[in-house]
Design a protein around this ligand. Structure first.
Ligand code: V47
Ligand code: SF4
Length: 378
């Protein structure tokens, strides 16, 4: 970064932000907004890469996981969602029984996966007891598998229906085998944008309360941000500011995952998608702004393999995992990856081609296996 500043004339507010970041200081919301308003791609990439390498060196993490999507029937109607079906259109959706989900788990017997990620629509009849039974069955069948499951939106609905507090509900699920929460359902915290795009599901405060409580009970979680639709840059900064403040309080977030809005077959199909420059700028600003998050993840099934490669020069140090085509939330919304699956060798290769060192991690970023130094690219 110092070399970049020597070679490129940078206007004064940006220069002082860069100097602050190089000194390891936190930037303010106003400075974050200034990066969105006037930071050009090369400058943001150099600065984000500095932060990335300070935190994670040349490593890019991935994990071996698989997904279970219990249902796409959902009581909510988020306008950006291409995946869910209302109960009255049940014939267009799917509902898996516990036995069917256990068949998926058993399908990975003998394979070196370390995590199962469970996420889906909010089905009115799949309740807390149903999911506690699923958790206990998975735990009993494969005690070594880390169970990461259920967005705050799914949990909020389940706990309300069971008429129990967030803490009681989380304790019950934790006892049944739940270990971490994924980051979905955060969307954009700004209340007026949230009302427009997903007004009927849990509020921002409820999302934050569930993650705060989970952290207090010793669980870790992720945080997402759905960007590139009707939100403003100020809304993105506000979103990340609320996450940064919760992280200061609990330290329980593992990773931040920006999710690019995809516009196929949903009620926001008229909203154009942002371009790849904006994706990379957004990764970079997230990396610079969220100084207390150790990791920024690019979810490759959503942005495609090539942007995932590029993102590693813009702050990203994690490319999620080897995932089978059970992930439908993005393919149904128009993502490049219609049937996302990469073998470990392919993912390792993809990371190496970007000049980074692939490291397999578990859910909590413990190293499972390092695949050695990346070859020098000439
Ligand atoms: O909350 C839905 C998003 C999320 C669209 O924690 C869309 O490791 C873009 O959170 N365009 C669910 N995004 C998925 C999720 C996730 C994914 C990968 C890893 C992790 C993790 C979490 O998907 C929803 C919503 O923000 N989403 N529809 C769409 N049309
Ligand atoms: Fe339901 Fe989630 Fe889709 Fe919203 S984003 S409609 S909560 S499945």
């Amino acid at each position: 970064m110092a070399a970049y500043l020597e070679q490129h004339p940078v206007a004064s507010p940006l220069k002082s932000i860069a100097e602050k970041v190089l000194r390891g200081e936190r930037i303010s919301n106003e400075e974050g907004l200034c990066l969105y308003d006037s930071g050009e791609l090369g400058f943001l990439g150099a600065l984000a890469n500095h932060v990335r390498e300070q935190k994670n060196g040349n490593t890019t993490f991935f994990n071996r996981n698989f997904h279970i999507e219990p249902t796409n029937i959902c009581v909510f109607s988020c306008n950006f969602c291409s995946y869910s079906r209302l109960l009255k259109h049940k014939e267009e959706g799917w509902e898996l029984s516990i036995e069917q989900m256990m068949d998926i788990v058993r399908g990975y017997d003998g394979q070196p996966v370390t995590e199962v990620h469970i996420v889906g629509g909010v089905h009115p009849r799949m309740d807390l007891d149903f999911f506690c039974e699923l958790l206990s069955r998975i735990r009993a069948h494969r005690p070594d598998l880390h169970i990461k499951g259920f967005t705050a939106v799914e949990l909020d609905y389940m706990f309300r229906k069971a008429k129990i507090s967030v803490e009681e509900g989380l304790r019950k699920m934790q006892a049944a085998g739940l270990q971490s929460l994924p980051g979905g359902g955060a969307e954009i915290f700004d209340e007026s944008v949230r009302a427009e795009i997903c007004g009927d599901k849990c509020s921002s405060d409820e999302w934050l309360l569930i993650h705060r409580t989970a952290h207090r009970l010793g669980m870790h979680s992720n945080a997402t941000m759905l960007y590139g639709h009707i939100e403003s840059f100020a809304n993105r900064i506000d979103h990340m500011d609320r996450l940064r403040r919760l992280q200061d309080e609990t330290g329980g977030f593992n990773t931040f995952i920006p999710l690019k809005f995809r516009n196929k077959d949903n009620d926001m199909a008229h909203v154009p998608e942002v371009n790849v420059t904006e994706d990379l700028r957004n990764y970079a600003i997230a990396r610079i702004f969220l100084d207390n998050f150790n990791h920024v993840k690019a979810y490759w099934p959503m942005i495609g393999r090539q942007t995932a490669q590029l993102s590693q020069s813009f702050g990203v140090d994690d490319l999620d995992g080897t995932i089978d085509d059970t992930t439908k939330i993005y393919s149904m919304a128009g993502a490049e990856e219609q049937s996302p699956a990469l073998t470990t060798e392919q993912l390792v290769q993809l990371i190496r081609q970007s000049g980074r060192t692939p490291v397999e991690r578990d859910t909590l970023y413990k190293v499972v296996k390092s695949f050695g130094e990346a070859p020098v690219i000439v």
